[in-house]
Design a protein around this ligand. Structure first.
Ligand SMILES: C[S@@+](CC[C@H](N)C(=O)[O-])C[C@H]1O[C@@H](n2cnc3c(N)ncnc32)[C@H](O)[C@@H]1O
Length: 385
């Protein structure tokens, strides 16, 4: 029976996966090596694996296949054929709350079992809804580029793709939406999480600030740079990252977005660097645990090791020290993480104010756990003249 074959294949994959690479890449390679799975099978098997990861450490005493069923039950919003066959009582109760479902299966809600390093999470985070949000896959968000808003919405409507309007320039879509032939990605709209889009609010809160020169220090494929460019057209962008190959992605993306005038270089900011010149605005979207985004990569709930929090925090402190001095006097420094751990957020802010000439303007947690989005932290500093 197909349902049991899906369960067995999910169990096989989970036995082989040891957390060394993102699960999305691992399962892609698995299916590439064994072509017998059709697209519906692949989707179902992936979904069983992902709902298993969402359990974190709950039900560790159970056999693997029982745990997969438990994950399926806790994540399911509607009755499911496999659950119906194997766990009819659970299947009749899929609409219960997570707490009630746990009680029905003989488990108790224990935040520390669901989320690694729960005691290190910032007090700004409301732990109960945050932890429970990991049972739901976040949405896909589009940031509509200036002047393209109506064209993108019309294209989606014509293609019959449902979306929710979050704001004038932000749409939420179901995660599996196929946009390739419908939206000109990067030209008309950028795939960017809603909280990630919202960090611009910190810059908007400074009256009259329009930077002429910006260095996006940890640019990756340029999500924040594109955001900045759209808010401040004509800005001179400088971008850098430690990974040369990711800057190749950025170049492609910028081409698609119509950005041709910018400077890019490879730099390891854990060491002192000399960029060309100084800047009105520095964006340091630092490498971090990514713990505010684990609804999208729930394997981390199982494999993350808490010792890494301090490793990241230490690298973040080095990056702050090596970058802030390249600001022009009067300039602004925007520090961003997609982490919920205090060490990477509030403690980094305290470190910056104690060890640089930067003054905190404001910081904010962009909470995504009640909006099917990621959770980010950002702090804006001023380098006073
Ligand atoms: C959170 S990501 C940046 C995301 C990006 N700003 C965006 O909006 O899409 C952090 C980036 O920092 C880079 N990075 C990690 N260690 C670094 C280092 N020592 N120096 C410079 N960049 C580093 C990583 O390669 C990664 O691309």
């Amino acid at each position: 029976m197909k349902h049991y074959s899906h369960l067995n294949t999910a169990a096989l994959i989970l036995t082989q996966y040891k957390g060394a690479q993102p699960f999305g890449l691992f399962i892609k390679d698995f299916f590439k090596a064994d072509k017998k799975y059709g697209s519906k099978d692949r989707k179902r098997i992936s979904s069983l694996c992902y709902s298993y990861f969402r359990l974190g450490k709950i039900g560790e005493e159970l056999q693997l296949q029982e745990r997969i069923l438990l994950g399926l039950f806790l994540s399911a919003g509607e009755p499911d054929r496999l659950l119906g066959l194997e766990k009819p009582e659970w299947n009749a109760n899929v609409s219960l709350s997570i707490g009630e479902k746990l009680a029905l299966t003989g488990h108790v809600f224990e935040p520390g079992q669901l989320f690694p390093g729960i005691t290190e999470v910032s007090p700004l985070v409301d732990r109960h809804p945050f932890v429970l949000s990991h049972f739901i896959q976040p949405d896909l968000f589009l940031r509509l580029r200036p002047g393209r808003e109506e064209r993108v919405k019309a294209g989606l409507a014509d293609a019959g793709i449902s979306f929710e309007v979050i704001s004038n320039d932000c749409l939420a879509l179901p995660n599996a939406s196929k946009l390739d032939d419908v939206v000109s990605i990067n030209h008309d709209a950028v795939i960017q999480d809603n909280s990630s889009q919202r960090v611009i609010e910190l810059l908007d809160s400074v009256p009259g600030f329009v930077p002429k020169s910006v260095w996006d220090c940890c640019a990756a494929s340029g999500g924040k740079s594109l955001l900045i460019y759209d808010r401040y057209p004509g800005v001179q962008l400088t971008v850098s990252d430690v990974r040369e190959n990711i800057l190749a992605n950025l170049n492609k993306r910028f081409r698609e977005a119509g950005i041709t005038q910018y400077k890019g270089f490879v730099a390891d900011l854990s060491k002192p660097v000399k960029p060309n010149g100084s800047f009105d605005l520095l964006v340091t979207d630092v490498p971090c645990t990514g713990s505010g985004t684990w609804g999208r990569t729930p394997e981390q709930l199982v494999f993350f090791s808490e010792g890494k929090i301090e490793e990241y925090a230490s690298r973040q402190r080095q990056i702050i020290l090596n970058t802030w001095k390249h600001l022009k006097p009067g300039g602004y420094f925007l520090y961003i993480t997609c982490s919920v751990y205090k060490k990477e957020n509030e403690d980094a802010v305290a470190f910056a104010t104690q060890n640089t000439a930067l003054k905190l303007v404001r910081s904010s947690l962009f909470q995504g756990y009640e909006r099917r989005a990621d959770t980010l932290f950002a702090a804006l500093f001023h380098y006073e003249k």
